[in-house]
Design a protein around this ligand. Structure first.
Ligand code: MLC
Ligand code: AMP
Length: 481
């Protein structure tokens, strides 16, 4: 990725602030060189081998990601909140040759890494390490990143993006959102999805800007950082803005004023990954003076549509296509073409073929319309089996498969139940001969599923209603909640 070679132009600039320490781009080059040497040993190129990696939401993430790229590998980030079975699935499905982990994850990962090299690392120290010659492949068609995403057909798929895909995604955002080297962004998002990886980290790195890592999201901490640091950029999902509004509501008048003044220093605040409800847009405006810039993206494409940086940000709309991104509506379904669009699902030619139409347009599964001024507006998803909760995309079928392994469950339907805070929450309709308590089901699920896939609502029925064709109508099931 170009971020690595670009960094040689501004080695003295601060790339990251983390746990009270500053790391320069020079540090990042040294530390990523350490990771790449560990991965390469006596070899000179990993030749597109997949390397899974996991660190806390901290500076250490960056040297791992860059180190994998510098060794010629494909970076496969893991979610820090996933339970071991989800990690194991990704390690195996990606056919990873190595796993790089922060030492805090070592003992949990060791039993999952049978036959896979496990490389632990400690916190890096500014100034330590030696710079090696920067090796980054010049072949932009080589794969660079693989993010696991849920689809309508069960288990998550690895989305393979090339160096060219990533470059084009980053350059478009740097241009339209006017990223500069003096920018300073607070990173609170999970780093196994494009929102955090591309919109926050990659754009900041490309511009030579600074990222402050705030570990896991915590609303009180974020407000403190807003007030104490010279931040000027923030990006988050609506659930996070909602939490910040709640926190602000609990402030006294003085603190509210201070918070507002802190927000005045920002030049951009962005919302995405799920629909931003209009009342939240208005509330955030009252709290911060900012009209959030809402944009729309997807793991397979990076960002696709964005409201303007300058000009009217229309409530309920996601704006216009980004530079070099082509879009069309096919019977309402938004389809995308361009250098940003991923190459394939890993080891899954069937899913890859089904994802594109005959003219090579990627079918997003999102239904949209365009208004008279050219603004796109999202109307929903084509499939009820795709759920967005707290900005995470979840497959109903994936959860159903797991729940069916519960000894008391013989038939189960998972649906997205509308929720003000999370967008949707996981609702479960069970046909069960035994009574299962929601708390017990949650406890059981937490061992096997990511926290955001855990059922939040439960309805038990003697018979699941079906239509004349014998099919379950999930839209009707949602109404039962
Ligand atoms: C957690 N909880 C949930 C939940 N997730 N409840 C309902 N639905 C969910 N989805 C519960 C937990 O069980 C716990 O309950 C409590 O909430 C706190 O849990 P947590 O793990 O501490 O959650 P929290 O940190 O509060 O998480 C909220 C969040 C997080 C909004 C910070 O969900 C998040 O980071 N979302 C961002 C996801 C993201 O980046 N998506 C981008 C995908 S890329 P209890 O009872 O135990 O307290 C993409 C493309 C694009 O979409 O366009 O960007
Ligand atoms: P993911 O597959 O996790 O990358 O999530 C991509 C999906 O998130 C898209 O297909 C949309 O359904 C949804 N999404 C992203 N941004 C927005 C937005 N601004 N409004 C509504 N939905 C969005």
């Amino acid at each position: 990725m170009e971020v690595v070679s670009k960094a040689t132009q501004f080695t003295h600039r601060v790339a990251a602030h983390c746990k009270g320490r500053n790391f320069t781009y020079g540090d990042l080059l040294k530390h990523s060189s350490w990771v790449s040497q560990k991965l390469l040993g006596s070899r000179s190129d990993l030749n597109n081998e997949r390397v899974v990696f996991i660190t806390p939401q901290s500076y250490e993430y960056l040297p791992c990601q860059w180190g994998i790229w510098r060794a010629g590998g494909v970076a496969v980030p893991l979610c820090t909140q996933h339970p071991p079975p989800e990690w194991e699935y990704i390690i195996q499905n990606s056919e990873a040759s190595a796993v790089v982990c922060h030492s805090s994850y070592y003992s949990s990962l060791q039993p999952l890494c049978k036959g896979v090299k496990l490389i632990p690392l400690e916190d890096f120290v500014p100034g330590e390490g030696s710079a090696q010659e920067v090796f980054v492949t010049s072949d932009l068609e080589r794969p660079a990143l693989m993010i696991y995403t849920s689809g309508t057909t069960g288990k998550p798929k690895g989305v393979v993006s090339t160096h060219r895909n990533l470059s084009s995604q980053v350059k478009a955002l740097v241009e339209v959102w006017k990223w500069q080297e003096d920018d300073h962004i607070l990173e609170v998002l999970p780093l196994h999805h494009v929102h955090g990886i591309m919109c926050v980290l990659a754009c900041a790195n490309f511009a030579g800007a600074r990222v402050t890592f705030n570990s896991k999201f915590d609303q009180a901490r974020v407000w403190e950082e807003f007030m104490e640091k010279d931040l000027n950029m923030f990006m988050a999902v609506p659930t996070i803005y909602n939490r910040l509004i709640d926190e602000w509501n609990n402030f006294g008048e003085d603190m509210q004023k201070k918070a507002y003044q802190a927000c005045e220093r920002f030049r951009l605040m962005v919302s995405g990954s799920m629909a931003l409800p209009e009342p939240m847009l208005d509330k955030w405006h009252r709290v911060s003076g900012h009209t959030l810039l809402e944009r729309y993206g997807m793991t397979e494409c990076g960002m696709i549509l964005s409201n303007p940086y300058k000009g009217k940000r229309k409530p309920g709309c996601v704006g216009f296509p980004l530079p070099e991104v082509e879009v069309k509506l096919d019977q309402g379904e938004l389809c995308v073409k361009g250098p940003n669009v991923f190459k394939r699902y890993f080891n899954n030619p069937k899913a890859t073929e089904e994802a594109f139409d005959q003219e090579g347009w990627f079918k997003t599964g999102d239904i949209a319309e365009v208004d008279s001024e050219g603004y796109f507006k999202l109307l929903g998803r084509a499939s009820v089996d795709i759920i967005k909760t707290g900005g995470y995309k979840v497959s109903a079928l994936d959860i159903e498969q797991t729940l069916l392994s519960h000894p008391s469950i013989s038939e189960v339907n998972v649906v997205g139940v509308p929720d003000e805070d999370w967008g949707q929450v996981i609702g479960v309709v069970l046909k069960s001969n035994q009574t299962i308590k929601l708390e017990d089901l949650q406890e059981w699920s937490k061992q096997r599923l990511a926290v955001y896939k855990v059922p939040r609502k439960l309805i038990q029925l003697q018979e699941i209603p079906r239509n004349q064709m014998g099919k379950v109508n999930k839209k009707e099931l949602v109404k039962l909640f």
